[in-house]
Write a protein that binds this ligand. Sequence first.
Ligand code: S3P
Length: 425
Amino acid sequence: MLQSFNKINKVNGELELPGDKSISHRAVFFSSMAKGDSAINNISNGDDVKSTIECFRQLGVQFETKKNEVIVHGVGYKGFNEASSFLNAGNSGTTARLLTGLLAAQDFSSTITGDESLSRRPMLRIAEPLRLMGAEIELSANKTLPIRISPSQIKNINYTLPVSSAQVKSCLILAGLHVNEQSILIVKDETRDHTERLLNLKSEKSDAGWIISFSQKDYPFAQDYFVPGDISSASFFIVLTLLLPDSELLIKNISLNPTRTGFINVLKQMGANIIAMNTSVSNNEPFGDLIIRSSNLNNVSIPLSIVPNIIDEIPILAVAGIFADGTFEIKGVEELRKKETDRINSLTDNFRQAGLSVDEYDAGFKISGRVTVSQPQFNSFNDHRIAMAFSVFSLLLDTGGKVDNFECVKISNPEFFTQLNSVIR
Ligand code: S3P
């Protein structure tokens, strides 16, 4: 569907967003693995988390869905059934990678598949360390999905991750939760720590990076979860509010996990007026309310070490950078090429579409010049974050703009359009 967006004047009001996608995935994993019932409140309603739930159904877990709450009847340690067909992770890298770690430690075989985009994404990053743990993993000739996992004897690991990735880290933790001996992971840059928080794992900062240790004693137990609102979904509304005059938005019960709020720190350095209040903690995950007010933004230099923290927000940060004073430039973001699309390509292609000048590097890009094209038509490349970033871009242009295949926003936020309309004034 080609969606048109006309220029808007301001936003004002209040939003409460469905639960964070990364935390929701993990709450489904841990409650499926635990023995007994867990309730997950405010679970993400996006397609990615539905993919995780469907995979666990195939493995014998029963779910009862009530509005935005899911009751999970967990099967307990090694209580899963062998799936009768392939497990389809859809578009979701988190589902595919975390599931591989969990299934590597089961006493049956599994095959994980995914959609066209997920089938292009690199899987050697999990297969290599899992093999060091004794796992039997087969990838396609391109080192991608489908992944075939055969039963094996899993042992502990002491491993430094070559890429600072929360998905790789969580995959290895899930396998290591089935081994008595302690495993140790070292992750150079800080990455999202939801797995560590929900499982209460030991995680310490050292000169080499973050050191995380875990073993079978950390295996999850049944508990209820409240999933705070998705901070990545909020980022689109935050940037829109900052860039429009006379605008103010209250976003309630949003995740304020410090491994996810790097983009708020960058925006604040750029001059953004964002205030957090009513902070609280649930399942070790901090959350609270944010008040965002119109601000004049200036581009700043973005440090390399913060990249894993802001990786999913770079598309919308780049849009903010275009409307800020100075030039937007980002480096050290080679991981962007390995997301749902090659996001360096998806972003730079669309910025050129609007008439902007773009310098594209292997691991970054710089944008300058002005928008010269009237009513530009943007390509979502079927990537939810690209679709939402260019919807915001279009809403800020005098001529408005269009985004194709807009419906892909349902991967993380099916209600994006409704939420947007509820705050436009
Ligand atoms: C995620 C980790 C990040 C992020 C992705 C979700 C997770 O990926 O980009 O959207 O839930 O663990 P990487 O760990 O590959 O950087």
